[in-house]
Design a protein around this ligand. Structure first.
Ligand code: OGA
Ligand code: MN
Length: 227
């Protein structure tokens, strides 16, 4: 653990020297500045060794599962998934680092981590995570393939962001980015970050979520994940 923490510290230090803006594009400066702390990408969050540790461990869990082509809500195509609660010590150290980077100390997290494996042609259609199952913060690690996540305001579709998610990156969606914007992972044909083509291959994401907020009876709630 001590060694992992030390590695983690080194990673964070190196990260501060990287420019922050190359990984987020938006429809305009207003939406970019409004979501600056709500939609965050941290490229190189994982070291190459950490990526390898996670992908190896996940491969063992995923291998037995079949790719599915219709999610229950049809939001995800060409995927297999698992919710994982037991992790190797090395992976626990990585996940702890994600929690520290993405969540407030008082925030309760879902106990299990969502692992989603998208095949090269797999993609995620625009949706808002259901407030029944997820609280204010979503934090995802990306492995294997780069991809583009697009956020579109549910009321003002002219307001959008694109996040470039390279392998080893961490993204965080919180508050307005999580509630007021849909998010999607573009399919290979549509996978562009601005003008830049981002070819999609198999991608695995490791997603930590905060627990749903306690909704009182008069709470209006949010629409469930769109299809
Ligand atoms: C989801 C989702 C994003 C990702 O499963 O609801 O939006 O990074 N996943 O895989
Ligand atoms: Mn989602």
């Amino acid at each position: 653990m001590t060694r992992l923490r030390a590695m983690a510290g080194t990673g964070r230090l190196a990260l501060r020297t990287l420019p922050g803006q190359g990984w987020v594009r938006g429809s305009g400066p207003a939406v970019l500045s409004r979501l600056r702390d709500a939609a965050v990408v941290r490229p190189g969050f994982l070291s190459a060794a950490e990526e390898e540790t996670l992908s190896r461990e996940l491969e063992a869990d995923l291998r037995r599962r079949r790719y599915e082509y219709d999610h229950w809500d049809a939001a995800i195509h060409g995927f297999r998934e698992t919710e994982k609660s037991r992790w190797s010590e090395a992976s626990q150290g990585i996940l702890q680092r994600v929690r520290e980077a993405a969540f407030d100390p008082g925030q309760a997290l879902l106990p299990r981590v969502h692992v989603l494996d998208l095949e090269p042609r797999g993609y995620i259609k625009p949706h808002v995570d259901s407030v029944k199952f997820c609280g204010a913060t979503i934090a995802g690690l990306s492995l294997l393939s780069p991809s583009v996540m697009r956020l579109v305001h549910t009321q003002e579709p002219a307001d959008w962001l694109e996040l470039l998610l390279e392998p080893g990156s961490l993204y965080i969606l919180r508050g307005s980015a999580r509630y007021d914007f849909s998010h999607e992972i573009l399919r290979d044909e549509d996978s562009f970050f601005g003008e830049r083509r981002i070819p999609r291959a198999r991608r695995i994401s490791v997603i930590c979520r905060s627990a749903p907020e306690d909704m009182g009876p008069e709470e209006p709630g949010q629409p469930p994940a769109a299809s």
